[in-house]
Every structure is written in C-alpha cells, then in structure tokens.
Design a protein. Structure first.
Length: 334
C-alpha cells in the first residue's frame, strides 16, 4: 500500500491524498433513480447515432444546426448565468421576471430541478475535493486507478449514488421562494418542452414530419447531451487538468481549462471561480473569454441586473499565486 492509498478514518484527518472515508461503502441509488438517470444519460447518445444515420449522405440540415445552437445558448446561459452565478452564488440581483426566466431556461437542460442543482453545487463549494464533496475526482485517492475512477465518478457516476443533498440545509433561500418552488416542480414539464420545441419548430420550418424528427434529434437530444457533458466536464476535468493561477481553500484543486471556455460560457475558468466564488466573472484575466459575464454586463446596462459583484483588481492580484503553473495534481495547502 503506497502512501496515497492510505485510508483515512475521519473527515478531519483527510490529507489530500487518500481515498475519502466510506468511499467504497456508498449505497447505489434506488432502482427507479438508476433507470431514470441512465435514460437521461444514454438516450442522447442513441439519438446521436440515429441522427448521424439519418443525416448520412444528405449533409446536415441548416435548420437543425441553427435550432441546436440557439437552444444550446439559451439553456446553457440558463445554467451558467441563472442556476450558477445568480441563484447559487448571488453574484448579482436580477429583476424577478429575469430570475424566473433564467431558472426556466436552466431547467430545460436536463440537469435536475433548480433547487437540487443549487443545493448540490453549494455543497461542492463547502467541501471542495475533500470528504463531503458530492462530485470530487479525488474521492478514490490520488493513485492512477483511483484518479481514473474519481474522474468517472465526478463526471457522472455521482448521479448514480444515493447521496441526497438536503435542500433545506443548502438552499433554504430557494425553498422559501414561491417562484423557484414552482419552477422546480415544473422540471419534468420543462424537460419535455425542451424536446418538443425543436420538434415543432423543425416541423413548421421544413413543412414535414421528417424535418421535425431530425430537429428533435439534433436540436433536442444531441444538444442536451453536449451541454450535459460540458457541464459535467467542469466537475471532472476542471478539478484535475489545467492551470491553477489563483489560491483556493485547502485541498481545493480547481483548474482553469481554456479549451472549454467558449462551450462552457466561461465556466471552465474554474480555478478563478473557486478563488472568488461570488464574483460574477470567472475568467479573471483580461484575455479569458467569459460569455456569461458578458451577458451579465448587458443585463446591468439594460437595468435588469443590479448589485453585480465585478472583480476587485486588488483582491484578484492578492489571490494570484507566485510562479503558479500546472499544479492541479499536487496537493495544495495554504
Ligand atoms: Zn468546482
Ligand atoms: Zn460555483
């Protein structure tokens, strides 16, 4: 047994290297949850295969692509600007109608209802990369096999375990908000809308059922799958691969991963985010593309967003680690 595989007994003893206590003992989720999650995760891939087969030899229909991009942007910004920066971290205050609209848009991304999403993400920040984190890639330790298992767990394996995050504890503010409760209850309906909308649009634009079907596949299921995997990559890759220019809390190994910046709307500047979680900007350096922050800037100019927490340059420089490079896998202690 190497030092990195040494099991730890208690949460306080965690050294940043060993598997989390009880990592092997976690019960799998109940049958219904497993089947539902599997359907949500697997169905888009079946759709991708079907979509490629249907499109083979006929090229890609421009309508499908435009609908896919449009819905990707709307639902993706719903998650990043709405679920994440507004509702989880309170990076700005939005007019009530905008707050509700962003929560609806995010709900259409098949990532769980808004209240549960926020609760899980707040717990991730409370226990980042140490016992208690719902989706840390360090769960099974820092050995090669443990690290690979951990990446799979952080990406989507965690959704198959029975580890409920109590919303009453982590998101009491959202539970107390009637609009958010209503939107959370409407989650299944909003998922259905997210798929029916491209189907109807494709049908109407092409004038045929076949056009509705290909739009459903590309702008519905495939678009959902792409956004899911980009979001999940922030949970998995953005705690393992990339640079760590800013200081974070002890054990927190969040990274900045530039290749995902555009697709994730700036969320992959994850080290910047973990160093200043309530900041409306995640790409803290000027060259770091952050479309979500750009949209918040537009909302502010329109008077729809107030109290925006823009970065404080002195604070950012204070958090910058001297001579920091790609040290994502090195244990961090401050
Ligand atoms: Zn994180
Ligand atoms: Zn966050």
């Amino acid at each position: 047994m190497t030092i990195s595989e040494r099991p730890v007994k208690r949460r306080e003893d965690y050294d940043g290297l060993a598997p989390f206590p009880g990592a092997e003992e976690q019960a799998p989720a109940g049958g219904a949850q497993i089947w539902l999650t599997a359907a949500i995760v697997v169905a888009p891939f079946v759709a991708l295969g079907a979509g490629i087969w249907l499109a083979w030899g006929r090229g890609v229909v421009l309508t499908d692509l435009l609908l896919a991009v449009g819905l990707y942007v709307v639902t993706g910004l719903g998650v990043t600007v709405g679920f994440h920066r507004l509702l989880t971290h309170g990076s700005f205050t939005a007019r009530p109608w905008l707050r509700a609209a962003l929560a609806v848009a995010g709900s259409m991304s098949f990532q769980g209802n808004v209240i549960d999403w926020v609760a899980v993400h707040r717990r991730h920040h409370a226990f980042t990369d140490r016992p208690g984190d719902p989706h840390s890639p360090y769960r099974y330790g820092t050995g090669l096999v443990g690290q690979l298992r951990g990446l799979l767990h952080a990406h989507l394996g965690w959704m198959f375990t029975d580890a409920p995050t109590p919303a009453a504890r982590y998101a009491p503010d959202l539970l107390a908000d009637p609009a958010m409760r209503k939107i959370a209850r409407a989650f299944p309906v909003l998922c259905a809308v997210s798929l029916v909308l491209p189907f109807l649009a494709g049908w109407a634009i092409s004038g045929g059922l076949y056009g509705g079907l290909t739009a459903f596949l590309w702008a519905g299921l495939v678009r959902v799958a792409l956004l899911q995997h980009v979001t999940w990559s922030v949970n998995s890759l953005c705690h393992v691969v990339g640079s760590r220019p800013f200081a974070t809390r002890r054990h927190d190994r969040s990274t900045n991963l530039w290749p995902l910046a555009v697709l994730s709307f700036g969320e992959s500047w994850h080290n910047g985010h973990h160093s200043e979680p309530t900041c409306a900007v995640h790409g803290l350096d000027p060259h770091q593309i952050d479309p979500a922050a750009g949209l918040i800037r537009i909302f502010e100019r329109l008077g729809w967003a107030t109290d925006v927490r823009w970065p404080d340059r002195d604070r950012v420089e204070h958090r910058r680690r001297a001579g920091a490079h790609d040290e994502a896998t090195a244990p961090t202690g401050h």
